[in-house]
Write a protein that binds this ligand. Structure first.
Ligand code: NAI
Length: 328
């Protein structure tokens, strides 16, 4: 058997952590031949709860689970880590302004970025789930100068999966027959789910893109506001689907995307499609040999261009704010 892959999960005692850890340990993320060692990072007050989750993980007797460490120290939790899932974040409290939120999260993602820089394995791959995910990834990357920036990514796979399902329902086809969707921009209400290159049952999604009213007034807002709709219905946020998306993101990053299809991920812009360099922006991406590649050469229509630009402008404003706070 191969050596275990070290997987660090922050916010391990939280809702997403509880939905995520068991699936990682089962092999859903890295495949059925790869043993994993889980390293759980929590704040001191939540270490006991994370230890409870570790007890349950033990009780599953997962054949691929090579060990579990629980810690409140980032240096130890990221020591030798190959895959880091940064889930723990500071939520927006009542009356909290955007600047306060960014500053509070800077206090988490800056030190965690530095700990990854100093202690993680050379091949470390980082997925930021905790919101505001794109800018938290930017902050973490800025504190890890020795790690290639491309190893820091933000999760928009949940938005991608939500969009796939909406299209499948609308077109009346199984979700597996919907391909080449793209989420552009920020993981926020400004994100743009793009159907203009999508295929439904092997044909262009022309019938859907021609229905501008459905596209702009139903599809885009339903995907963008799905998180709020889940909270309203369930009385709790979307934890299992978020965990599932994190599994999908890392699975495809490490093991590759299927031939002929692509997915969406927040990756560091190299200026593709006019997105300013250095922003962590969601693009259509493929993965091969453990690296994300932005799908290039897509023609962007005027409607899409305006919506992409609006979301990118929000990312730029967030970057300006964290620069002014000295966080990047
Ligand atoms: P939660 O509140 O249930 O759990 C968060 C956990 O993080 C808590 O156990 C807390 O103790 C821990 N934590 C806080 N600061 C930490 C630190 N410095 N180090 C380690 N752990 C720390 O929240 P939940 O539902 O698990 O969500 C986590 C994050 O994921 C939130 O920011 C949420 O907005 C975000 N999210 C992102 C999605 C995406 O698509 N990118 C989708 C859904 C949620």
């Amino acid at each position: 058997m191969t050596a275990p892959v070290n997987v660090t999960v922050t916010g391990a005692a939280g809702q997403i952590g509880y939905a995520l850890l068991f699936r990682i340990a089962s092999g859903a993320m890295l495949g059925p031949d790869t043993p994993v060692r889980l390293k759980l990072l929590e704040i001191p007050q939540a270490v006991k709860a994370a230890e409870g989750t570790a007890m349950e993980l033990d009780d599953c007797a997962f054949p691929l689970l090579a060990g579990i460490d629980v810690d409140d120290d980032a240096a130890r939790a990221f020591d030798g880590t190959n895959v880091a899932l940064l889930v723990g974040a500071r939520p927006r409290g009542p009356g909290m302004e955007r600047g306060d939120l960014l500053e509070a999260n800077g206090g988490i993602f800056g030190p965690q970025g530095r700990a990854i820089n100093d202690h993680a394995a050379d091949d470390v791959r980082v997925l930021v789930v905790g919101n505001p995910a794109n800018t938290n990834a930017l902050i973490a990357a800025a504190h890890a100068p020795d790690v290639p920036a491309a190893r820091f990514t933000a999760m928009t796979r949940l938005d991608h999966n939500r969009a796939l399902s909406q299209v499948a329902h609308k077109a009346g086809v199984p979700v597996a027959q919907v391909r080449r969707l793209a989420i552009w921009g920020n993981h926020s209400a400004t994100q743009y789910p793009d159907l203009f290159h999508a295929e439904v049952a092997g044909a262009p999604a022309d019938a859907l893109t021609a229905d501008t009213a459905w596209l702009t007034q139903e599809f885009v807002p339903t995907v963008a506001k799905r998180g709020a709709a889940i909270i309203d219905a369930r009385g709790a946020s979307s934890a299992a689907s978020a965990a599932n998306a994190a599994i999908d993101h890392v699975h495809d990053w490490v093991l590759g995307t299927p031939e002929g299809d692509w997915t969406s991920a927040g990756v560091v812009s190299r200026g593709e499609y006019g997105v300013p360099e250095g922003l962590v922006c969601s693009f259509p991406v493929t993965s091969s040999d453990g690296e994300w590649h932005v799908v290039e050469g897509l023609e962007i229509d005027d409607l899409s261009r305006g919506l992409i630009d609006a979301s990118v402008a929000e990312l730029e404003a967030e970057r300006t704010a964290v620069r002014e706070l000295g966080l990047v």
